[in-house]
Design a protein around this ligand. Structure first.
Ligand code: SAM
Length: 228
């Protein structure tokens, strides 16, 4: 969710206006802090406890994709070994500062969600929150997340999605007419749809706020074990 795409003049646009290839733009400290405070207000109102819900289900070697300024970092259990990536080097600086404030040691590095630099089955959990609305190819990002996940591992997602309310859906389509060309922000995606054709089982899925927010815990199937 890009704040400048939800009616707030904070101008943190992570994607360069007019970019259709995911090109990123500079993010200043003021923009990062505006993003954080807007997100915290939206969270309190529309999706309270969602970061805790998602991060609390992660364990062991965990990868967070599109970490942004690191709003999830304080929600991981002390024994989680986290690697966090984002395609925008600027926002990684803010995530590293947050990590130091929290007195945690995570690996935070630049990577594209659609081409992760990790071998198959490297992680016990993969987390992605409020970012599949913005990555240029959400299907490729989900496939990559599942590729680097160990069989039996957890895919944990939360995002704003297409609403179940017709009026809100109409508004989301209008908004997208501006936000997609401006910064690649989508309001009518629903990443969990793509899980239907992937080797996963959905353990928990909750949709609320007029169906416009969804959080999902899916588990990657152990196909070899199932076949044996
Ligand atoms: C709205 S922010 C969400 C940040 C954070 N996940 C959160 O929950 O607050 C979206 C993030 O996705 C990142 N992003 C966009 N496209 C990406 C890609 N292809 N690979 C990795 N990160 C990407 C942006 O740089 C930005 O930090």
């Amino acid at each position: 969710m890009r704040p400048d795409c939800v009616g707030c003049d904070v101008g943190i646009g992570f994607r360069r206006p007019g970019s259709d290839n995911g090109a990123m733009r500079t993010v200043t400290p003021r923009q990062a802090s505006s993003y954080d405070s807007l997100m915290q207000r939206l969270e309190a109102r529309y999706f309270p406890d969602t970061r805790a819900w998602v991060c609390g289900r992660a364990g062991g070697d965990t990868l967070e994709i599109a970490v942004g300024t690191g709003l999830n970092l304080g929600h991981y259990a002390p024994d989680v070994r986290l690697t966090a990536v984002d395609v925008n080097e600027d926002v990684l600086g803010f995530a590293r500062t947050r990590m130091r404030t929290l007195n945690r040691r995570f690996v935070i590095e630049r990577a594209d969600a659609a081409a992760l630099p990790y071998t198959d089955g490297s992680f016990d959990a993969v987390v992605c929150t409020f970012a599949l609305c913005e990555v240029p190819d959400d299907v490729a990002a989900i496939r990559e997340a599942l590729r680097v996940l160990r069989p039996g591992g957890s895919l944990l997602l939360a995002d704003h999605i297409v609403s179940t309310n017709g009026l809100i859906r109409f508004g989301q389509r209008l908004l997208e007419a501006v936000t997609i060309p401006l910064g690649g922000e989508h309001f009518t995606r629903r990443p969990s749809r793509h899980l239907d054709t992937e080797p996963v089982t959905v353990e928990a899925c909750e949709r609320f706020a007029h169906g416009a927010i969804e959080r999902v815990h899916a588990r990657k199937l152990d196909i070899d074990r199932a076949a044996a």
